[in-house]
Design a protein. Sequence first.
Length: 322
Amino acid sequence: MSVQRAAVVDPPGRPPRVLDRAVPLAGEGQVRIAVTAAPITPLDLLCASGTSYFGVPASPYVPGVQGVGRLDDGTPVWFPTDAGMKPGDGSMAEHAVVPATDVAMLPEAVDHHLVAALGLSAVAAWHALTGRGQLVAGEQVLVLGAGGVVGQAAIQIAKLHGARRVLAAARSTAAQERAHRAGADGVVAVYPDDDVDTLARRLGDAADGPVDLVLDPIFGVAAAAALRVLGIGGRLVNLGSAAAETAPLHSATIRSRSLRVLGYTNSELTPAQQAHTVSELAGHIAAGRLTVAFEAVPLEAVADAWQRQAAGNVPGRIVLTI
Ligand SMILES: NC(=O)c1ccc[n+]([C@@H]2O[C@H](COP(=O)([O-])OP(=O)(O)OC[C@H]3O[C@@H](n4cnc5c(N)ncnc54)[C@H](OP(=O)(O)O)[C@@H]3O)[C@@H](O)[C@H]2O)c1
């Protein structure tokens, strides 16, 4: 049996340690991937905490719901896994095995760390804006949580789809700077003690008339404030609760302008559909039209990187180099 280095969660609730683990063998219909880059995402942290709606994962297991690497013939690919959601290992190891139908072929020249950093966060931003949000060219879009990976990707994807103006909202000056770099036309500061009225006024002052579509990965006060600046028939698509699980929504705000409050999850896509979207995104990444802040960290330093990503004090997505 050949062995490899792998990040291993055991037990759930503790950061992974790097251990020797058996190299997985590809079965019928599967491919083995030599992993080059694996991001530490909010979904990885949530699943490994044992508190997600997927339940406590069977351990020990290798975390990592997505990664980038090469097939045996050298072809660069992106791949998703079920690690932490179903029994089985993920991407944070030298090798991973997944169904052949789930991989996205990548352009040879594309930066593996960048694809890994954007991955499913960009897939979510893409489908939330264009599918659930029905973004139409010429519309004004507001992106909440704009310093996160979903937020930075959403700003660029809204522009790629012809948004006339993209307004961004973020907390720290570093997050606001990331939103600027992603191409936001205006950036609004969000403060911890903001109430709905105060933040809605600030958003309204920065907007160029009524907003058509809000991309919301955070919920809470910011989502309630964002609803106030939507025009008639405006849409808010929620895809996360980074700020709060609940929000102080007012019936009058929603009904008076026939607003639509919508939800989105990547789980509604099959792995093959996720891979198809990553292939499309990889074209934009390779062409320099889509990027994001990330920090490359060696696999051996996963425990410290895991804790820093969980604490949120990182300049961008942490991507493990494998
Ligand atoms: N539905 C889906 O399929 C799907 C897919 C991907 C991600 N998500 C979810 O979307 C959310 C963002 O993901 P991400 O990849 O962008 O994460 P990330 O890169 O780690 O960024 C963290 C995000 O959370 C925000 N945030 C964290 N704590 C906050 C607080 N106390 N108050 C307000 N904002 C806070 C940050 O806002 P600032 O910019 O202001 O710092 C930033 O936007 C996560 O909850 C994630 O689980 C959902």
